[in-house]
Design a binder for this molecule. Structure first.
Ligand code: 13P
Length: 290
């Protein structure tokens, strides 16, 4: 494929064809390599994403270099997305460094303020050929430093979604529809009617946040209704960490990082392949010609 691409077109194609594309939060080089290998093995388009915390932890230059290397070596389309950013300057820095998709999360502000902040980002991102995602309503749970109490989480309002898209020109929308970041205590309480109503009046790829722990049948329903991107973070972290814990349980003296990183990478790859098959993006890479 040779270079990182914007996720706008790949998500539009997914929405039009009724499948989803998985966006995986990665925190280490091995996690990034694992999801890239999963995409290659399934011939699937891929969205790599990092939280602001990971950008600060690794540095955007290292992340972009690794993602660009993956894109250069790989024959599947790959986008690099900045997840849940509230800081305009950091967001612009990531675009300058080479991110091809960004999320401006101003969902904690009143509607007008969310609109105003999103417009500013759409302006700069469009000029750079970069995708933009914005959130309406409030997704509950914990994602990096963004903590939304269950009581404060609220669903997106369909009419507001349509107005928001019209006012901002944002190409991808993440409406809160009842999922939460992190692991669910019980089953998620997904508002399927709400998704259907939003998808009916907003003809854009919709984003499903909180992809970890949603029962498969419910994921399929969300995708069929128009959720074209599914974010997965927590489950990948758990798979990665559990594989490492297993190595140390078997040999607490292990001191060669390759001995625990290889099984951790394999665990992430296997899980990523499962999620890709679930949303239906396997064998979809060829559909995207750039
Ligand atoms: P999970 O951690 O629940 O998978 O959510 C990921 C997410 O939505 C990142 O934005």
């Amino acid at each position: 494929m040779s270079h990182l691409i914007s996720s706008t077109t790949m998500l539009q194609v997914a929405r039009k064809n009724g499948y989803g594309i998985t966006a995986f939060n990665v925190h280490t080089l091995e996690m990034l390599q694992a999801v890239v290998e999963a995409a290659e093995e399934l011939n699937a388009p891929l969205i790599l994403q990092t939280t602001v915390g990971t950008v600060k932890h690794l540095g955007p230059e290292y992340i972009v270099a690794a993602a660009q290397t993956a894109a250069k070596k790989s024959n599947v389309p790959i986008a690099l997305h900045l997840d849940h950013c509230t800081d305009y300057d950091l967001l612009v820095k990531c675009i300058r460094e080479g991110y091809t998709s960004v999320m401006i999360d101003a969902s904690m502000f009143p509607f007008e303020e969310n609109v105003a902040r999103t417009i500013e980002v759409v302006k700069v991102a469009k000029a750079a050929g970069v995708n933009v995602e914005a959130e309406l309503g409030k997704v509950g749970g914990v994602e990096d430093d963004i903590i939304v109490d269950e009581a404060d989480a609220n669903l997106a309002i369909p009419e507001e979604c349509a107005r928001f898209v019209e006012l901002t020109g944002v190409p991808t929308l993440a409406p809160a529809i009842g999922t939460a970041h992190g692991i669910y205590k019980g089953e998620p309480n997904i508002a399927f009617d709400r998704i259907a109503e939003i998808a009916r009046i907003v003809d854009l790829p919709l984003v499903l946040h909180g992809g970890s722990g949603i029962p498969s049948e419910q994921v399929r329903r969300c995708v069929a209704l128009g959720m074209s991107k599914m974010n997965v973070a927590t489950e990948l972290r758990i798979a990665f960490s559990n594989a490492i814990k297993d190595v140390f349980t078997a040999n607490s003296d292990e001191n060669d990082p390759r001995k625990y990183m290889v099984p951790a990478k394999q665990a992430v790859k296997a899980l990523a392949m499962e999620k890709m098959q679930l949303v239906g993006c396997a064998e979809r890479a060829a559909q995207l010609k750039f």
